[in-house]
Write a protein that binds this ligand. Structure first.
Ligand SMILES: [Zn+2]
Length: 94
């Protein structure tokens, strides 16, 4: 095996593993609140909801976010209905 083949196959294996992880577990623990959903303010040390996860304690993985964006772009490009509903209300007004 050549080093190029080993590097390419390891990159492909990593991407397949990450894709599988994003498919089976689309959410990860919020790194800002460590999954608790709460944070303390700097000055008064009051407990508030985390502004990154809005108190849920979970965040969408980057790979899943990219997948959702690409799926949305594909849907909008293939159907005129999706584009019209995103940018206009039901009566067709912008
Ligand atoms: Zn959070």
């Amino acid at each position: 095996m050549t080093p190029e083949l080993i590097a390419t196959s390891s990159i492909i294996a990593y991407l397949l593993g990450y894709g599988l992880l994003c498919w089976t577990h689309p959410f990860r623990r919020c790194p800002h609140c460590k999954g608790t959903g709460t944070r303390t303010t700097l000055l008064l040390k009051r407990i508030t909801a985390c502004r990154w996860c809005h108190g849920a304690g979970l965040r969408l993985r980057l790979g899943r976010r990219v997948y959702n964006h690409l799926r949305r772009v594909t849907r909008d490009a293939t159907t005129a209905q999706g584009t019209r509903l995103r940018h206009h209300d039901r009566a067709g007004r912008p």
